[in-house]
Write a protein that binds this ligand. Structure first.
Ligand code: GTQ
Ligand code: FE2
Length: 329
């Protein structure tokens, strides 16, 4: 206890007694604010068609709907560090180039056909592809295909905003703020190549396969803040339970199935997006046939900071709570 007089002195001195504060610093394990949440494609596509019809390119520099996690009460955030969003570009439209300190990537749905330009390199958006827009690279989009294009953007907006490090530059701006660019030799990872490599990868003991999209410069994650994996899940066989301090966005590339994420159960199919909050148990099972998932995480960044930990349900012998061994990667 602290008496009123002492409390007043603390206040005047701008200090707080740690021992009276219950919060993240006194918790023994993470308690995620982000929620397990799923956005199903039929509804996203309906909304995409509606904004494509009703919102003109002049009204929105980018015609984008951010998948806002209800755990963040109206903030533009899907996980603690990443945003996923649906972007719509009508036939014949152009989204003018700009650049920003936030890094981005695009996951291309089968409503494909547009082109993203990244530092003047044309990257055709073909279903299943992963296209990178590293921080501070100039990027715009155009669509000369005869039909409306829709894809999923992932950006590190919540992270960069929390560090108050947001810079955006339009071509017309004369005094560009110098920015720390990030080089990569590969911007477009075609699904045909990725699938071939994933299918040739030996299965884990639970039957699932995983490959990591890597940056060819150094073999590390595709970008410092965004780490991407492709998974193939065997039909009708649940993956081993796992939880990690990384939070994850899952994009269903093909197939259908069910994921248990904490106390939620999601039934997913092609193009759906769902979240796996940090330190939340997850297991997936594909239904009837093998499924392909893309996972986007902040794991590489956490690893760099010494904060990546994960637990596997298979590590537990009797009592999960006392016998699970935490690994540091
Ligand atoms: O395509 O440049 O979802 O600048 C959010 C911000 C997409 C983009 C988003 C952006 C973009
Ligand atoms: Fe952008």
């Amino acid at each position: 206890m602290v008496d009123g007089l002492l409390e007043e002195r603390f206040k005047e001195a701008s200090v707080l007694p740690l021992w009276l504060h219950v919060g993240p610093a006194s918790a023994h394990e993470p308690r995620p604010t982000e929620k397990p949440c799923m956005w199903s494609w039929p509804e996203l596509k309906r909304l995409g068609n509606t904004i494509g019809d009703e919102i003109s390119g002049a009204d929105a520099e980018r015609r984008v709907l951010v998948l806002a996690n209800p755990g963040f009460g109206g903030r533009l955030a899907t996980t603690g560090t990443l945003n996923a969003a649906l972007q719509v570009l009508n036939a014949g439209e152009t989204a003018a180039p700009h650049r920003h300190s936030m890094a981005a990537l695009r996951l291309i749905t089968d409503e494909d056909g547009g082109v993203t330009t990244v530092d003047d390199v044309n990257c055709p958006m073909v279903a299943g592809d992963l296209i990178l827009t590293p921080a501070w690279s100039w990027h715009g989009h155009f669509n000369n295909d005869g039909r409306r294009a829709m894809w999923i953007d992932v950006l590190d907006v919540p992270l960069v905003a929390s560090w108050n490090a947001v810079f955006i530059e339009q071509p017309s701006e004369r005094n560009p703020v110098p920015g720390a660019g990030f080089n990569t030799r590969k911007l477009r990872y075609s699904w045909a190549d990725t699938q071939r490599q994933l299918d040739a990868t030996p299965a884990n003991k639970d039957g699932s396969r995983e490959i990591r999209y890597i940056n060819l410069e150094d073999g590390g994650p595709v970008m410092p803040t965004i780490d991407v994996y492709a998974n193939r899940l065997p039909a009708d066989r649940a993956t081993e339970g796992v939880r990690s301090t990384a939070s994850t966005l899952v994009y269903v590339l093909s197939g259908s199935g069910t994921s248990t994420v904490g106390d939620k159960e999601f039934s997913w199919s092609k193009n759906d997006v769902f979240t796996i909050p940090n330190w939340t148990w997850v297991s997936h099972v594909a239904r009837d046939q093998d499924a392909y998932l893309i996972k986007v995480t902040n794991g590489a960044m956490l690893k760099t900071l010494g904060l990546l930990r994960s637990e596997h349900s298979g590590d537990a012998k009797n009592d999960q709570i006392t016998t699970i061994k935490s690994e540091r990667h």
